[in-house]
Design a binder for this molecule. Structure first.
Ligand code: ADP
Length: 637
């Protein structure tokens, strides 16, 4: 072994310690994945080298054939992975193998419950990468040298996977990285050619560069040393980029493993779409819908976008220009024949080729989701749970595909159980009542709050389904969605509810008569409520409640108002419309009340109650309580 100098010992970042501990204790049922993770890293490292070498060919140091070699030593109980990729310098070894760079890691770690079963799912979602070596090894040596640096600037990183690691400078003539796993006592099964070959075939067949195993076991190979030149190697994987192969020849398992590699996910994707486009533009794309949301889906700086290749050469990770923000959960690869190899993010943003690719890829994703919704409704439910909130950003962001996106949305309604978001607009329209030509909805803060809203009374009576929208984003979403399939959306809490043909001629006539008969009461209420209301009128939407507050046609809804208020913004002043139910005993009592002071008190109580029922806060809660108590005292007197 070469001489080590400048050795220092460092502590792992706290999150790494937690991750290591958890991994060792919770991923024991699927230990073999360590090989997939390390091969995935080696493959990324060769991708990076190939790309950097475009501008600096000298980085290849004369050795252009990129590959990964996996060897083992039964007696020494080691497994060694070697790549001739980009390698790491000392500083990179310290940061990349001593910390976790992902944004939101600390947050993520807080979510761990200590319950290993639950946490093992979370950890899969996080992706463990390099540290998975410690599932099978109790000591890991990494020897690396970055391409382009002199042999003397190699680094030896070593750790037992507990609290710390050491780094030292070494001589390393070949560029790239060698990872030596010293297997734990019970894990010698991995120092076996058959076992390794099978694991590679199973998980890494899709890796685009050769993965080689020695034909004969290398019992003489000392860990950390280069293999003797006489060893004969054979390639065990297919070694061609998966997306370049014809669809018909690719097995589902291969698509799934490829997804895990590029998506840094442990679980299978829900669905994928693989396409080759020829003609004016030439590119291949392979797009995946993940099985679940990454922990950082809502983090602004979280990675998103596709891996970009140009003529099979890796160019960049997270090329976000190929899909809109509301599809940021999609993972995949796009390989273009038209772009230049030295394309940059800035160029991507301006290139008209990218625009047309973006709209084609967007359409592909939406088609894929449509298919999933149609053919696998159960799976789609899972998708909706994970990504529905993000998809709801779509109509505002992507005007051209508004209708298509709207078709993919799922809502709770007065017909779903427990607020489950499962009703699509097409389904709603297909079962509309006779004479109904609008899509009715109600927004609110929670399902519990809207499901009993007085606004729904008339709809319940007439057997009309109403969509119940209670996600924070919903009111904003509905300001962009005005119709679907030619049917307009109507907020049932807004304006002067016109039920169109749902009210018969007699109904309408009766309503007019009541309105006329109650003109006096309307006037008295206007006087009593004064500045608080924009208008007072007789309601046709109530059966059980005495009164309700409707929002003016152009006014901000409650949800938006509350969001603005919470963010400290000025909310435009708007007054509600007070509607009363003329048949309600309380209203009849009110109408008959001769004492103007009691009339006013009762009116205010009804107004405040209607605000409460709508989920709003009272402007003057103390006044409400005083009035109510006054009434209670009179009652019990
Ligand atoms: P991830 O691959 O998700 O970034 P890992 O923990 O697997 O996380 O690896 C951390 C980093 O270490 C990688 O991003 C890379 O920069 C570096 N690294 C790991 N393995 C290699 C390798 N074989 N060659 C070069 N760099 C590597």
């Amino acid at each position: 072994m070469s001489v080590e100098t400048q050795k220092e010992t460092l502590g792992f970042q706290t999150e790494v310690k937690q991750l290591l501990h958890l991994m060792i204790h919770s991923l024991y049922s699927n230990k073999e994945i360590f090989l997939r993770e390390l091969i995935s890293n080696a493959s990324d490292a060769t991708d990076k080298l190939r790309f950097e070498a475009l501008a600096k060919p000298e980085l290849l140091e004369g050795g252009a054939e990129l590959k990964i070699r996996v060897s083992f030593d039964k007696e020494a109980r080691t497994v060694t992975l070697e790549d001739n990729g980009i390698g790491m310098n000392r500083e990179e070894a310290v940061t990349h193998l001593g910390t976790i760079a992902k944004s939101g890691t600390a947050d993520f770690m807080k979510h761990l419950s200590g319950d290993q079963k639950k946490d093992s799912h979370l950890i899969g979602q996080f992706g463990v990468g390099f540290y998975s070596a410690f599932i099978v090894a109790d000591r890991v040596d990494v020897f690396s040298r970055r391409a382009g640096l002199p042999a003397s600037e190699g680094v030896h990183w070593e750790s037992h996977g507990e609290g710390e690691f050491s780094v030292a400078s070494i001589d390393k003539p070949e560029r790239g990285t060698r990872v030596v796993l010293h297997l734990k006592a019970a894990e010698d099964e991995f120092a076996d050619g058959w076992r390794l070959r099978n694991i590679i075939k199973k998980y890494s067949d899709h890796i685009a560069l050769p993965i080689e195993l020695p034909k004969e076991p290398l019992s003489s190979l000392e860990s950390g040393e280069d293999a003797p030149a006489a060893v004969e190697w054979e390639t065990v994987n297919r070694a061609s980029a998966l997306w370049t192969r014809p669809r018909t020849e690719i097995k589902d398992e291969e698509y799934q493993e490829f997804y895990k590699h590029i998506g840094h996910d442990f679980e299978n994707p829900l669905s994928w779409s693989h396409n080759k486009v020829e003609g004016k533009l030439e590119y291949s794309s392979l797009l995946y819908v993940p099985g679940r949301a990454p922990f950082d889906l809502y983090q602004r700086e979280a990675p998103r976008g596709l891996k970009l290749y140009v003529q099979r050469v890796f160019v960049m990770d997270q090329a976000e220009s190929f899909l809109p923000l509301y599809l940021r959960f999609i993972k995949g690869v796009v390989d273009s024949n038209d772009l230049s190899l030295n394309v940059s993010r800035e160029i991507l943003q301006k290139d008209p080729i990218i625009d047309s690719m973006k709209s084609a890829l967007t359409k592909r994703v939406l088609d894929m989701l449509e298919k999933l919704a149609k053919n696998e409704p159960e799976q789609y439910k899972g998708f909706w749970k994970n990504f529905g909130q993000v998809l709801k950003e779509g109509p505002a962001e992507d005007f051209a595909n508004k209708e298509k996106i709207a078709g993919l949305l799922r809502f709770a309604s007065t017909r779903t159980e427990d607020g489950e978001q499962s009703v699509g607009l097409a389904e709603y329209i297909a079962r509309m009542a006779e004479g109904q030509d609008k899509v009715y909805y109600l927004t609110g803060e929670s399902y519990a709050q809207v499901k009993n809203s007085p606004h729904l009374e008339v709809f319940r009576k007439k057997g009309i389904e109403v969509l119940l929208l209670t996600d924070r984003i919903d009111e904003w979403l509905m300001s962009y969605l005005t119709e679907f399939d030619g049917k307009h959306f109507v907020d049932v809490a807004r304006g002067d509810l016109d039920l169109g043909k749902l009210d018969s001629e007699e109904d309408k006539k009766a309503q007019e008569e009541v309105a006329k008969a109650k003109e006096g009461l309307v006037e008295r209420l206007k006087n009593a409520l004064g500045e608080q209301v924009a208008e007072v009128r007789v309601s046709h939407r109530l059966t059980d409640s005495p009164a309700i507050l409707a929002i003016g046609e152009q006014d901000l809804g409650l949800q938006m108002r509350q969001i603005l208020e919470a963010s400290g913004q000025k909310v435009p002043d708007s007054k509600p419309i007070f509607e009363f139910n003329p048949g309600h005993p309380l209203i009849e009592k009110l109408d008959a009340e001769a004492d103007e002071e009691r009339f006013a008190d009762l009116s205010h109580i009804l107004f405040d109650q209607a605000a409460l029922a709508a989920g709003d806060n009272l402007k003057d809660p103390a006044a409400y309580v005083q009035r109510l108590n006054k009434l209670l005292v009179e009652l019990s007197a």
